[in-house]
Design a protein around this ligand. Sequence first.
Ligand code: NIG
Ligand code: FE
Length: 427
Amino acid sequence: MPKTDISPYLLLANIGHLLTLRGGAVPRRGRDLQEIGLIENAAVLCGGGKILAAGPQRELLRDPWLRTNRRKVKELDCRGCVVTPGLIDCHTHPVFAEPRLVDFEKRIGGAGYEEIAAAGGGIRSSVAAVRRSSRGELSKKVLAALNAMLEQGTSVVEAKSGYGLTMEDEIKSLEAIRDASRQWPGEVVSTLLAAHVVPQEYAGKADDYVKKVCDEMVPLAARKKLAQYVDVFCDRGAFTQEQSEKILAAARKHGLGTRVHVCQFTAAKLAPLLEHRPASLDHMDCVQPEDISLLARGETVAVLLPGANYFLGHREFPDARRLIEAGVPVALATDYNPGTSPTPSMPFVLSLACTHMKMTPAEAIAAATINAACALRLQERKGSLEAGKDADLAVFDVKDYREIAYWFAWDRCVEMVVAGRVVGKNA
Ligand code: NIG
Ligand code: FE
C-alpha cells in the first residue's frame, strides 16, 4: 500500500467474480490458458492510474493504509458484478469511410470474398472513399469505433491503416488514428498496413508498389512516429510470401515491430515469416501441421479472428483447440473492418470462440486479455490485474464470468475504468 499521496484513489468494491489473470507464464499456453486467477467477493484498489492491490475484499479492507485513508478514496460499488482486466482488441482496421453493402449483398447472393474482390469489390472498393475523406472526417469515424469498443469492455486497441494505399493517404490514416486516440481514454497501438492489397494504379506492377512501401512509406511512418508496427496481408490475391518478407525486413530496418495477416484463405510457410520476429500472426485458419510445433516453440502469438469467419458465412473456423493443445499462444480480436468483420464487440468474439472454436469461457477471456497484451508486447503493463499494472478494468453486469461469453449480441458491460478513472457510460 502507498504511504505517499497519490490521488485520486478508486476502490472497486463488492465484486462477485474478479478475474485477475495474475501470475503464471506469459503468454499463456496449453492448460495454462485456463488460468484466469478468479477471486470471489473481491475488491481492487487503484491509485495514480495503477493497480495498488487486488484480492479478497475482507483482506483488502483490513489494510491499515486503506483504513486510515478511506475518506480520500472514491468507491465504485460493483454490486456483485464480474470484473475483468479491460479487454484488449489486438487487431482492428478502423480507418474506413463507408460500410461495404454491395459486397454484403453479393455474398448473400452466393459470391465468395475472393471472387468479389477479384471483380472490383473487396479492400480496393473501400479505398476511393478513404482517399476522398479528410483526416478530420476519418478521425471522427475512428473515434466513434473506439468509443463503441470501450462501451463493450475494450480499453486497448490495435488500429491499422490500409485503405489509403498511397503515401499521403496511408499517413493521413495513421494521423487519423493518432488524433482519435488522443481523445480516447484507452490506449491505441498503431500499425501501418500499406501492404493490404496492391492498389489499382499498380495493377500488374506489384513489385513496384512493394518497393514504394519499403523505401518510402515504412521509413516515413517510422520517422513521423506514426506507427509502432508494420503489417502485411500475405495471401492469395494480396502479397506473396517473398513480397511480404521484404516488407517485414524494411519494418525491422526502421525499428518497427511486425505482424502478418496470413493463412486466412491459403496456407503459407511460416518459418521464413517467423525469421522477422512478428509479434503476431493473424487469422491462421489454414496452418500447416509442421508449422504448429514451430509456433509452439516461439513467442509469436496466433491471433484468431472468428468475426471474419462468421461474417463471411464460413462453416469453418480457426482450429483453436489444435493450436492450444500443441502449446501455441493464442489471442482473440474483432478484426473490426468494413469487409469481413464489422463488429466492435469483443464479448461477441468471446461468444464465437466458445460456440464455434470450442474454447472454454476461461480460455477465451485469457486470450482476450493477457495473451492479447502479449500480441501487442504490452504484457508488462496490460492484460492482468496485479499491483503495479495499469488500472484498466471492465465491469460486466453478470454474476458468473462465463456469462460474458454466454449472452451474445447483448452488451453487459456497465462500467469501464481506464488508468484508474471511471470513464464512458456512467462516468
Ligand atoms: O483482416 N484480410 C485482410 N484484411 C481484412 C479484410 C479487409 C477488408 O475486406 O476490407 C481482414 O479480414
Ligand atoms: Fe484484419
